[in-house]
Structure formats: C-alpha cells, structure tokens
Design a protein around this ligand. Structure first.
Ligand code: F0G
Length: 372
C-alpha cells in the first residue's frame, strides 16, 4: 500500500513551528488521537571537512534510539494506539526492534520482536533488552523473521505490525527529505543504504511531495547502496532486470542490511528509476574502510550499514555517476555504538605500558607525526 498525500498548495517551511518529525505534521498523512514521541528527528546535517566539502552527512545516529527508525516508529506507534491497538510486533535486523521496543514502552503497550538469532549487533540487542520487550529469535536470516511476522499479522488481527511494509513508518521517515531541504536546499543526489528498501522510497516520496507543495521543482537522484553479499535489488540494476535477484543466504558485516528478500523492492526500484538514480554494490572491506574514514576524517561514528552510503559515494565518484562538484547528502542511518564489534575491527595502536614510558612514546609519536 502507498499513502498518497496531497500537500497544501503554496506551502512554505516558514509557516512551521517546533523541530523534529512532528514539525512536519501538516505534510504527514493520518489523524492521530495520541502522539507517541521521544523528540525524534531534527538530526544534524554535517558538512564534510576532509572528504569533500560538497558532501553532507545526515547523522541519524543521534535519534533517541540511535537510528532513523525512530522517525517511522513515532508515526506508526501513534497510528497503532490511535486505532486502539495494544500489541505491536516487528521483525528486525536490530534497529527496528530497539525503536519498536522504546516507542511501545513509551505508549504503555506490549511489544514483540522477532530477530535472526546470532546476527543482531550487540548494542541493538542490549537496547531491546533494556527497553523491555519479548524477544523471539529464529534460526535463519531476517527474511525468515519477516515472513513469520507478515503471516502472523494477517492471521491474528490483534497485533499491529511495525515493519516498513506498514506505510505509516515511511510517512515518518520521509521527513529526512524535508530536513535536508530546509538545511541546504534540494541536493543533486542522496545516497542511502538499502536493506528492506523502505527508507530510500520514503525519502524520495518526501522530495516528490515538496515538488507537489510547490517548494521546489527538483528531485535528487536517489542512489541506493547494498552490500555485496546481500544485494538483490542492486544486482537487478546491474543485470538490467525488472525484478530483484533474491538470495536465501545473505551475508555481510553490515548486519542491519543483511537481507535477501527486501519486501519494499518495488517501491525502491520506482524511487531509483523515477529519480534517474542508480543502485550500487559495495564490498565488506569498502564498508569497513568507509566506517573508519567517517570516524577518522570527520569525527562521525556510524555503524557499518550506514557507512555503506559513504562507500557508495566513493564508488559513484569513481564511476563518474556523480561529480565532486555536486552537492550530495549521504544518510548515516545508525550510530557506531550500535555495533561495538565492528568498531573493534579497526586497526589502532593499543599499548600495555608502564606509566614511566608514556612520555617517551608521546614524544616519539609527535616527532613521527610532525616529520611525516
Ligand atoms: N541502515 C540501518 C542502520 C538499518 O538498520 C537499516 C534497516 C537500513 C539502513 C536499511 O533501511 O530497510 O529501509 O532499506 N534496518 C531494518 C531493521 C531492516 O530491522 O532494523 P531499509
């Protein structure tokens, strides 16, 4: 299902008040008896200092549970409670689960989450435990968990599904497009890591609604990035096929996007094609290098799936899909703290030392640094 919004004509951002997702209430479909919000959205758009000054990083890691999922969750959980639901469920690679558990807690309703056993980053699992939810782990990938949730919500009408096939989630996530536009105008391209493929569509939808509202006549090229071992949509683009090349055994270090059968593939393909964009594949090594570059060149900590968007930016520059002069926004979807194991994979100097040697080491390193 797609939600078609008719934005108010002659709309201007200057008439809006407040910050975060609900600043854009006028542009979000639906009626809400009760809003469940933890002040999500309103995230910084950080201009790159050392990678390219035309690159902007939308830092979704600073949302209340550390990922962009909070934007969708505030709308979807508000919709659930406004429609009388007392139980919610979500399949997840981790971030949706943490957000669902937090927003359900805030709403005072019961939540269930279904996770691929052993494949969820530690920070996300710990969050779900802290927020207090019922965690169900299944053998197999996220796609198995997703299949179970889709079947269950149809068979058992009492649980409200919080996955991105729920269009209210995407209504919240589209506010990323509004915030970018308010900050820097419409960029030439937006680069998004793609897993279940809802977010790239949501952001594109946001831009198309700004066109309808008369704010702009420009839509950025939407560039989706998938990890090599989990790239069903990107492969379809490479092979010129109309439909994705699903896999039963997705694998990547970027566990957030370790998905073999993205449910929103049709919407994602539409967003990419209609915006004149493309899909790219990046390797795990490229992802981990990009994660280090974000941290070590820009001071920005992102989890591996988010760093896939910088890896995609490098690739797009290399292939001349975008030029260094173009204004590009990459979506850093989740915080580095979500996945401590991936951070620990970066090489660094770590020394067990007798305190009397500290001065010597510092002087040596400073000398080396100054002479290099
Ligand atoms: N980046 C992060 C950090 C994510 O957690 C996800 C999805 C994506 C990108 C991809 O977004 O699915 O809309 O294409 N995580 C989901 C989850 C699947 O369960 O947390 P998408």
């Amino acid at each position: 299902m797609e939600i078609i919004v008719e934005p108010p004509s002659n709309f201007s951002f200057s008439e809006l008040r407040g910050r975060g997702v609900w600043r854009y209430k006028k542009l979000i479909a639906g009626e809400y008896k009760r809003l469940i919000s933890i002040n999500e959205g309103g995230t910084p758009l950080i201009r790159s200092c050392n990678i390219n000054k035309n690159l902007y990083m939308k830092y979704e890691g600073v949302n209340p549970t550390g990922s962009f999922k909070d934007r969708g969750m505030t709308v979807a959980v508000s919709s659930a409670v406004s429609n009388g639901y007392k139980t919610v469920i979500a399949a997840s690679t981790g971030n949706t689960a943490a957000a669902a558990a937090a927003y359900a807690a805030r709403a005072g309703i019961k939540s269930f989450i279904v996770l691929p056993k052993g494949k969820v980053a530690l920070g996300k699992l710990a969050q779900s435990i802290l927020y207090g939810t019922t965690i169900m782990e299944v053998e197999g990938s996220f796609d198995v968990a997703m299949g179970a949730v889709m079947k269950l919500y149809k068979d058992l009408g009492i649980v409200y599904p919080l996955n991105s096939f729920n269009p209210w989630r995407l209504e919240g996530q589209k506010t990323i497009a509004f915030e970018i536009t308010e900050d820097i105008g419409v960029p030439d391209a937006v680069i998004v890591p793609v897993g279940n493929a809802g977010n790239i569509y949501a952001i594109w939808k946001g831009f198309t609604e700004l066109v309808k509202a008369g704010v702009t006549d420009k839509i950025p090229r939407m560039i989706g990035v998938q990890a090599e071992g989990a790239s069903p949509i990107a492969r379809a683009f490479i092979e010129g096929s109309q439909s994705p090349v699903f896999t039963d055994s997705p694998e990547t270090v970027a566990t957030a996007i370790r998905i073999g059968k993205p449910v929103n593939w049709r919407k994602a393909m539409k967003a990419v094609r209609e915006s004149n964009g493309t899909m790219l594949v990046v390797s795990d090594n490229e992802i981990l290098k990009a994660q280090r570059d974000l941290a070590r060149k820009e001071g920005v900590g992102a989890e591996p799936a988010s760093a896939a968007s910088l890896a995609g930016y490098y690739k797009a520059l290399d292939r001349k899909i975008i030029s260094p002069d173009e204004k590009v926004a990459i979506i850093l979807t989740g915080h580095s703290l979500k996945d401590p194991d991936s951070m620990g994979k970066a090489e660094t100097k770590r020394i067990l030392i007798n305190p009397s040697f500290i001065e010597k080491i510092i002087l040596e390193e400073v000398n080396d640094h100054n002479s290099s």
